[in-house]
Design a protein around this ligand. Structure first.
Ligand SMILES: [Zn+2]
Length: 69
């Protein structure tokens, strides 16, 4: 397989996987969460431990608890 064909193939696979990921995240109830610092902005986010979806920002209470660890 030539290089351009490979990249095209990879991109198509990524698209498929992204779609699959979205489907999983849509079907997830996000019961278990953890706090993650976003690489780009450095702000804490609440992330689902199950599907890795960013749900939102943690409450101050949760953040304080997290930072104490
Ligand atoms: Zn989830």
């Amino acid at each position: 397989m030539e290089k351009t064909g490979k990249v095209k193939f990879i991109n198509e696979e990524i698209k498929k996987l992204e779609k699959l990921k979205n489907e999983i995240q849509d079907g997830c109830t996000h019961k278990e969460t953890y706090i993650k610092f976003s690489d780009r902005v450095g702000t804490p986010k609440t992330v689902c431990s199950n599907c890795e979806k960013e749900i939102g920002y943690p409450t101050k209470e949760k953040l304080d608890k997290f930072l104490q660890k």
